[in-house]
Ligand binder design. Structure first.
Ligand code: ZN
Length: 133
């Protein structure tokens, strides 16, 4: 694990939340991206090495929409940058963590990603991410 790459926050409306985060962080979002495979729209802010990713579900089946339905808006996941996602997935699986996919998936922001089941991580959804070179 190299660093916290970003913190993902589940929001009902990107439009509404961007107003809030523009004001909070005193900057505007530098990137919008849709991830159709996950039914989410994302918006990114950058604070030096770390990013904030706002996530809005685009359908009721989206994991973000279901998360908000259950828990309300708020911190959804913490993403750690890794040097080699395949090696980290193997290491964590061996250590007893549950991977939510057996292969890394293309995520937002030009990354390969894999999530760990929160039941083995004190309730925190963990994302591993590696930049696609
Ligand atoms: Zn993320």
């Amino acid at each position: 694990m190299l660093k916290i790459e970003h913190i993902g926050i589940a929001v009902r409306s990107l439009d509404e939340s961007e107003k809030l985060f523009d004001s909070l962080l005193n900057q505007i979002s530098y990137k919008h991206e849709s991830v159709p495979s996950e039914n989410v729209n994302t918006s990114f802010y950058k604070l030096k090495e770390t990013k904030i990713e706002l996530l809005e579900g685009t359908s009721p089946e989206s994991s973000i929409s279901r998360f908000i339905e259950k828990k309300g808006e708020g911190v959804h996941h913490i993403a750690f940058e890794v040097a080699d996602i395949y090696i980290e997935m193997k290491r964590l699986s061996k250590a007893g963590f549950i991977l939510l996919s057996q292969e890394p998936k293309p995520g937002a922001d030009n990354k390969l990603v894999c999530f760990l089941h929160p039941k083995n991580t004190n309730g925190v959804l963990i994302e591993l991410c590696q930049e696609i070179k």
